[in-house]
Design a protein around this ligand. Structure first.
Ligand code: UDX
Length: 442
């Protein structure tokens, strides 16, 4: 089955490579000539473990091809997946749907045959129906079946999440003449390799599928925000957030997942999706105080990060050096979008602190986003050189293998602030360090 995927970004690339592995023939449309050229030679614009190998394997088996225009990409295709960006508009927080609607118009104007049109991007409730009306208005003579198929990929684990999903959610247009049956049949065929009982193929209404994505992300963001607030209470009362997380998590209704205290959530999804849900809820007259509080609490936490660092630095901060291990919003990605580092580092830089930073994957993405004068180190120990305080901001596995003897020699001071609890089980105090972990009183 030939499928067109429009948008060579994170969602499009992962979906394209994985659907090709499922046996589909994928034509991926990428309008940016530079990106298209790199894709054709197998160079990916994103870092995602396992994607490069899967991508080149599917290319080699001729199940993955590329082109620059939707018209070319739709030739012989049975379905078009819209996987373009829906960035949050600055200020209002509305999801910018202009890219989605432009693609819908292009599909309508260039389609040569009946087509299933699937929104893969995370889109606000009602977008699918709007796409449907754009298609039908422009090409009433063709039969378009619109569906929603939101993805639940986690950066760093996207291939595993796609290949072994808890669920594949498919929203169908029950108001359409065939009540979504044609789209249901095609997508059932497309996802046929998912036969394991745990990989549930779930069909529901269009709006339900669109809201399921937002509700799931907002709920996970709520768990993280709740964990961060419990961590603050732990620090003030002598409790240990990791012990509390374990104790809570034994209740299967709660589970320990997404209850790790951290510097605040980031990434391209939680911030954008919580914003979009809050905006939608307010727009339809049912504002969500909870979602709005999640957003405010998370933003405040990122700002408080820096105060914590300055407190630990003590006086004469303009003569002090801080080493930052980890810049990306989480480990196993190079993604800097809404990373806590983007709040913390400018603030410390402004305060006159000397900064030395290192991230295993994020340095290229981070450099243009951070103030001048910050030293980009070659590795963790280089970042630690002559530092008074070392801050762990992202939980990269490689930071867990650092030699504390070497760290002792490299650092000037002996203070460590661990925002991820990465070294909570390492005996850093044996090497003379004072170890501060969030969620536990110093
Ligand atoms: C998320 C959802 O998990 C995924 O299902 C959806 O498709 C896209 O958004 P992602 O943004 O890649 O995935 O990252 P995720 O692993 O969910 O982490 C989101 C943020 O929460 C990160 O900043 C992470 O550091 C933080 N986090 C996560 C915590 O602080 N504590 C936790 O216990 C888990």
């Amino acid at each position: 089955m030939r499928i067109t995927i429009i948008g060579g970004g994170y969602v499009g690339l992962v979906s394209g490579a994985c659907l090709a592995a499922y046996g589909a023939h994928i034509t991926l449309v990428e309008k940016d000539p530079e990106r298209l050229k790199r894709l054709e030679i197998g160079e990916l614009p994103i870092y995602e473990p396992g994607l490069e190998a899967l991508f080149s394997e599917q290319k080699a088996q001729k199940r993955l091809s590329f082109c620059a225009t939707i018209e070319e990409g739709l030739r012989g295709s049975k379905a078009a997946f819209i996987a373009v960006g829906t960035p949050a508009r600055r200020g209002s927080g509305h999801a910018d749907l202009s890219f989605v609607y432009d693609v819908a118009k292009d599909i309508a104007l260039t389609a040569q045959n009946d087509l299933v049109v699937v929104t893969k991007s995370t889109v606000p409730i009602g977008t699918g129906r709007e796409v449907s009306s754009i298609l039908r208005t422009l090409r009433p003579e063709l039969r378009f079946s619109v569906a929603s198929n939101p993805e639940f990929l986690r950066e760093g684990q996207a291939i595993a999440d796609f290949m072994n999903p808890d669920r594949v959610i498919i929203g169908l247009d029950r108001n359409s003449p065939d009540k979504g049956l044609h789209a249901q049949k095609l997508l059932t065929t497309l996802y046929h390799p998912l036969t394991h009982p745990q990989n549930k193929l779930v069909f529901m209404g269009l709006e339900s599928a669109e809201l399921t994505k937002y509700a799931a992300n907002a709920f996970l963001a709520m768990k993280v925000t709740f964990a961060n607030e419990i961590a603050d209470i732990c620090e003030a009362t002598g409790a240990d957030s990791e012990e509390v997380r374990y104790g809570m998590g034994l209740d299967p209704r709660i589970s320990p997942d997404f209850l790790m205290a951290g510097p605040g959530f980031g990434g391209s999804c939680f911030p954008k999706d919580t914003q979009a849900l809050a905006v939608t809820a307010r727009k339809v007259g049912t504002p969500s105080q909870l979602v709005e509080t999640i957003i405010a609490a998370n933003d405040a936490r990122k700002r408080r990060l820096a105060e914590r660092v300055l407190t630990l630095l003590g006086d004469h901060i303009t003569q002090k050096t801080v080493a930052i291990l980890g810049l990306t919003f989480k480990a196993n990605t190079d993604d800097m979008r809404q990373a806590p580092a983007l709040t913390l580092l400018p603030y410390l830089n402004e305060a006159g602190v000397t900064l030395r930073v290192y991230d295993p994957q994020g340095m290229t993405q981070a450099r243009p986003l951070l103030p001048k004068g910050i030293y980009f180190a070659h590795n963790a120990l280089d970042a630690a050189k002559n530092s008074d305080l070392l801050v762990i901001l992202t939980e990269w596995e490689e930071f867990s293998h650092i030699s504390f003897e070497e760290l002792q020699k490299a650092m000037k001071g002996r203070k460590i602030l661990d925002y991820r609890g990465l070294w909570k089980d390492q005996n850093v105090s044996d090497y003379g360090f004072t170890y501060h972990r969030i969620g536990k009183r110093d």
